[in-house]
Ligand binder design. Structure first.
Ligand code: C2E
Ligand code: CA
Ligand code: CA
Length: 555
């Protein structure tokens, strides 16, 4: 056994005698060299190179009509740093030897001069120089103290991130992080302590980030990060707060626990700039701004984005808390028959009480929730609350009361939501017949065949579907064809203009006709006045909803 005994070596040689000789000499020279594989022509060599990795390659240059040196490129394609490649050549092949070296071969041996001694020297020498090459590559790219990426590699990765972002359209953040009191620690505890501190912080940083993120030490106590794969601006806040959090625990240096704080600056590509150098500059500026704010702080270069991202982040946290602590409520608004005035069903509308005896703006917080997975949590809650209400009515003997709930596009595409509904409906089949789901189309809905299938299942179980805000959204008409819809609701922005706008009146009339033709119930939303009510009646609009009949209110 020696250190080469696990080696896998490939010899590409079309002359069997030459191959046998080389193999013998190799064993004589090195001893146990592990597995020696033989490729006897260009084609089989290509196949082996493409599918297997070897630790060492010997290539005969003359392989029938082909040249062995053409294989060098293919080997290099398989590896970041390719293993040693030795060319075997005839006596007078000086020029091809040069060509081979140029292509990246590590050395060449003239076959007629081959001895075990020469072979041994060549073998060991090329391995050593490869090792050195790898070490140098590492030095050039990594910070020796912390093992993080260094400035030069970070700059390359930044350029890559920009190219990626330009292709994908996804934003990313360049984060500059500077310790607030590093100089103090260095001066008072000494340099080795400073080094320990940096190493420990590097380790914590690595743990705090996701696999798609990048962290580097640019020098001194300055670190930089790239936060990629981010769906919305408020996510940047979450990620940066995760990074701030690693400084909450003091850091143990020798026997002392040292508290460290940091100032962080954030610049977003491409929101803040389109170039790498400006992005670095903006992120630095933001970092100084954070220091000016009193350290232990972070700051976005873009103040407006900063305010919005923080506001949304805060809202997400509060909303999440409100759901978990059962602070949300449902209000109900009746939908009535314009002919008889009878209540057909109630629409459940979400309410979130604020501290001043009022409610937060539903449309606004729903919009924020829709940007994150919170909307799914909300959807589950609303659905369950509506079902509880239906069950309570059933218990009280109130039979003919229906509820409509609102669902966002994300919910329709979520396996969990559809399964939740299916499960409930199967357990309590009479619930299904009293439930309508209104599809709000603020975001365009991607209708996959899978989604359609599942909705069909719910539909056969008796659940009804309605297109909300009809006439304003993205692709309502296509929903009518893809889904088993039961009703459409004409958006209130149209209804409220039918007395004054010729176009809106025409649109309203057309939608009523469309409903009749497709056998769908039509509901006019936002009816606030008698005049509008009368006009709708004269257009034979079957149903209406609005402040004129009733505002949404608690049960
Ligand atoms: P929407 O589904 O179009 O609901 C109708 C909205 O119009 C409600 O606003 C209602 O209060 C309001 N409204 C009703 N009658 C009138 C009227 O005569 N005049 C005027 N000006 N407004 C009227 P709300 O409750 O603030 O809800 C806003 C939106 O938030 C809803 O629009 C719906 O898209 C969404 N939403 C509400 N609850 C939920 C929910 O549980 N889940 C989801 N995903 N979205 C919800
Ligand atoms: Ca609705
Ligand atoms: Ca609506």
């Amino acid at each position: 056994m020696n250190k080469y005994s696990k080696f896998k070596i490939l010899i590409v040689e079309d002359d069997e005698d030459d191959y046998v000789l080389l193999e013998e000499l190799l064993i004589e020279a090195i001893g146990d060299v592990g597995a020696i594989h033989w490729a006897e022509d260009f084609k089989s060599a290509q196949a082996k190179i493409a599918t297997e990795h070897f630790d060492f390659y010997f290539l005969d240059n003359r392989l029938g009509a082909e040249l062995g040196l053409e294989l060098i490129v293919e080997i290099k394609q398989q590896f970041a740093t390719a293993p040693p490649i030795i060319m075997l050549s005839g006596v007078d092949d000086y020029q091809t030897d040069l060509d081979a070296m140029e292509k990246g071969a590590d050395d060449y041996i003239i076959k007629s001069e081959l001895t075990s001694h020469l072979l041994e020297r060549t073998f060991r020498y090329s391995l050593k120089s490869k090792d050195l090459e790898a070490k140098l590559a590492k030095l050039a790219h990594f910070d020796t103290l912390t093992g993080l990426y260094n400035r030069s590699l970070f700059n390359e990765l930044l350029v890559k991130a920009i190219q990626q972002s330009e292709r994908s359209g996804q934003k990313f953040a360049l984060v500059t992080l500077d310790l607030d009191n590093f100089k103090f620690i260095n001066d008072n505890y000494g340099h080795p302590a400073g080094d320990q501190l940096l190493t420990k912080i590097a380790r914590r940083l690595k743990h705090a980030i996701r696999s798609s993120d990048i962290v580097a030490r640019l020098g001194g106590d300055e670190f930089s990060l790239l936060l990629k794969d981010v769906k919305k601006d408020s996510d940047f806040v979450t990620l940066v707060e995760n990074i701030m959090a690693i400084f909450q625990q003091p850091i143990q240096i020798d026997s002392k626990a040292v508290s460290v704080t940091t100032s962080i600056g954030i610049a977003i590509f491409p929101t803040d700039t389109q170039t790498a150098s400006e992005l670095i500059d903006h992120s630095d500026r933001a970092m100084y701004q954070a220091k000016a704010l009193g350290r232990n702080n972070y700051s976005f270069y873009n103040q407006q984005l900063h305010q919005e991202a923080i506001m949304k982040h805060k809202l997400e946290l509060e909303l999440n808390f409100a759901i978990d602590n059962n602070q949300l409520l449902l209000h109900y608004q009746p939908i009535i028959s314009l002919k008889t005035g009878a209540i057909i069903y109630y629409e459940a509308l979400l309410r979130w009480p604020n501290n001043e005896n009022g409610f937060r703006n539903t449309e606004k917080f729903i919009e924020v929730a829709e940007e994150s997975n919170l909307i799914l949590k909300i959807g589950d809650w609303v659905f369950k609350a509506a079902c509880l209400q239906l069950k309570a009515w059933a218990k009280q003997g109130i039979k003919d009361r229906h509820i409509a709930i609102n669902a966002s596009a994300n919910q329709f595409n979520s396996d969990d939501f559809i399964e939740l509904v299916a499960k409930y409906v199967k357990e309590t089949p009479e619930l299904a017949k009293k439930l309508t789901i209104e599809l709000t189309e603020r975001k365009p809905l991607v209708i996959s065949p899978k989604t359609v299938n599942r909705l069909m299942v719910l539909s056969t179980l008796g659940v009804k579907f309605s297109v909300d805000d009809f006439g304003t959204g993205h692709s309502s008409i296509s929903y009518l064809r893809a889904f088993p819809m039961n009703s459409i609701k004409i958006d209130k922005s149209i209804i409220q203009n039918i007395l004054t706008s010729h176009e809106d009146l025409a649109l309203c009339t057309a939608i009523i006709a469309l409903g009749k033709a497709l056998n769908l119930d039509v509901i006019a939303e936002g009816v606030e006045t008698e005049e509008i009510n009368n006009l709708l009646s004269s257009l034979a609009c079957p149903y209406g909803q609005g402040y004129l009949y009733s505002k949404p209110m608690p049960l």
